[in-house]
Design a protein around this ligand. Structure first.
Ligand SMILES: [Zn+2]
Length: 482
């Protein structure tokens, strides 16, 4: 029923949109001339029929301002819901708040479209799997949740509600293995995340995202890439399950059962990846005051190869089959999601995330800043100018760090080890063998961590380490067949 309403609202909006073009020269989007305001409004949230609630856009008394301003499409569709309920009595079973959010959802997808996303699509059965309740409609008691018009339901309460938080929007979503409910909670007395000025940043970690290892850090360490979807075991299992689907008769019950098993596997892969990425992001953010990452355009990296044509017009091999494998690896690593998590965690703990232009980060020498394509030989980096030898990926991570410091004008503190001095001699003599200038030179990551703790001990207590934060997300499991 909700899906039918969504599609109706979308169709209504599209018709309203086309109406503007029928007007032709008199009402043109290009000239932005508005001749007949009743049928043509140049507002993007346009609608057929009368956009005024009452008064027809005129003031009731002369000299007074119009009290019923022009309504947008979403408000008009919202007002039409009562008619829908009268015409279709079976819609009484739906909570009014849930129904009201459907025109809002259409409007949101149109807003996204005007900002450059794709045109809103009509929803099919498998695209429409969630609905939301408005704030203040839901009650939670222990492991039971009250959903209006549905009733009290038992659910797996994964995280208990903290005192002082009020329940905001609640979304119920169907996934392959059951129904989930996500509860948004808010406490206005808890302050917002503090914005840290660039001048307060003392230490920074550069990150280079890769495929062999997921993240290479500028302190010389790297974080494994478990390849949740593209490892041998999962690939084999996926192949088997997909083959089972293809061998069942189309439209049969057995086929949908087999399809469900495929979706469950997809679901499990995604959940594993999410949990791993939170862990990785936490580990990276803890290392320093700020994190620098490359501003990657993953969409462009995953583009297909251009077709190659011979003189006779035949298509030649263009390496797309190999590129497809690479694209799958890139999608599996999902760097963008990891960057988003880093940004969130950094803001939460009073730290900062810097994005830098990824150009030349893997071709620049971190010692002499010489840029040469030939310096990189697979995993190795040998500078053609100064002969500096390093691991190509770690070297890229260091470049990301220096680039962030340069572009944002950061004042990074170099930790210098104090020299040990013999007290019994008349002249102070240095006893340590080598000076450790910057703590980042060594490959083990014990030093930067030490530097970090020293810093936080001497400095103020970081605000973000406060375990309370403004908005949390609560996930609950509603059960399989509910
Ligand atoms: Zn060099």
């Amino acid at each position: 029923m909700l899906r039918a309403n969504f599609n109706w609202c979308l169709r209504d909006r599209i018709d309203g949109w086309h109406q503007q073009f029928i007007c032709g020269n008199y009402c043109d989007l290009k000239t932005e001339v508005e001749i007949t305001p009743l049928t043509c409004s140049l507002v993007k949230g346009t609608q057929l029929a009368n956009p005024w609630k009452d008064g027809g856009g005129k003031a009731k008394k002369e000299g007074e301002k119009d009290k019923s301003p022009k309504r947008t499409a979403v408000l008009m569709q919202d007002a039409n819901l009562q008619e829908l309920k009268d015409a279709r009595p079976w819609y009484q079973e739906i909570d009014i708040g849930v129904l009201q959010l459907i025109p809002a959802r259409v409007n949101e997808s149109f807003n996204k479209f005007f900002k450059g996303a794709g045109f809103p699509k009509f929803k099919r059965r498998h695209d429409f799997k969630s609905f939301s309740y408005k704030p203040g409609r839901i009650k939670i008691k222990g492991n039971k949740i009250y959903l209006p018009k549905i009733g009290w339901m038992r659910f797996y309460n994964s995280r208990s509600l903290t005192d002082g938080f009020e329940i905001k929007t609640v979304t119920v979503r169907q996934k392959a293995d059951g129904w989930y409910v996500s509860v948004r909670i808010e406490n206005k007395t808890v302050p917002d995340f503090p914005v840290i000025p660039d001048s307060e940043i003392k230490t920074i970690t550069g990150c280079d995202m890769g495929l062999g290892k997921l993240v290479y850090l500028s302190d010389g360490s790297a974080i494994e890439n478990p390849r949740f979807a593209t490892n041998k075991k999962t690939k084999r299992l996926m192949k088997i399950r997909q083959r089972r689907v293809s061998r069942k008769q189309k439209g049969s019950k057995n086929r949908s059962k087999a399809q469900l098993r495929v979706s469950k596997l997809h679901n499990r892969i995604q959940q594993r990846r999410e949990s791993y990425q939170w862990d990785v992001a936490n580990r990276i953010v803890k290392k320093a005051d700020a994190v620098a990452v490359e501003d990657l355009q993953v969409k462009n990296m995953m583009k297909r190869c251009k077709p190659v044509k011979s003189e006779t017009g035949r298509f030649l091999s263009n390496g797309q089959s190999a590129k497809r494998g690479l694209n799958r690896l890139i999608a599996d690593a999902s760097w963008y999601n990891l960057t988003q998590k880093l940004e969130y965690l950094a803001a939460k703990s009073g730290k900062k995330l810097y994005k830098v232009n990824p150009k030349y980060t893997s071709q620049t020498c971190s010692k002499c800043q010489h840029i040469d394509k030939n310096s990189r030989q697979g995993e190795k980096f040998i500078c053609t100018n100064c002969g500096h030898i390093d691991d190509a990926n770690l070297q890229a991570a260091r470049n990301v760090k220096t680039k962030a410091i340069e572009t944002y004008g950061l004042n990074i503190v170099k930790m210098i080890k104090s020299k040990k001095v013999r007290r019994d001699s008349s002249k102070p003599v240095q006893t340590t063998l080598f000076d450790v200038g910057m703590y980042e030179r060594s490959s083990d990551n014990t030093l930067p961590q030490k530097a970090c703790t020293e810093h936080s001990r001497s400095g103020k207590r970081r605000v973000g380490e406060n375990p309370e934060y403004k908005q949390l997300s609560l996930l609950g499991y509603l059960g399989r067949n509910s």
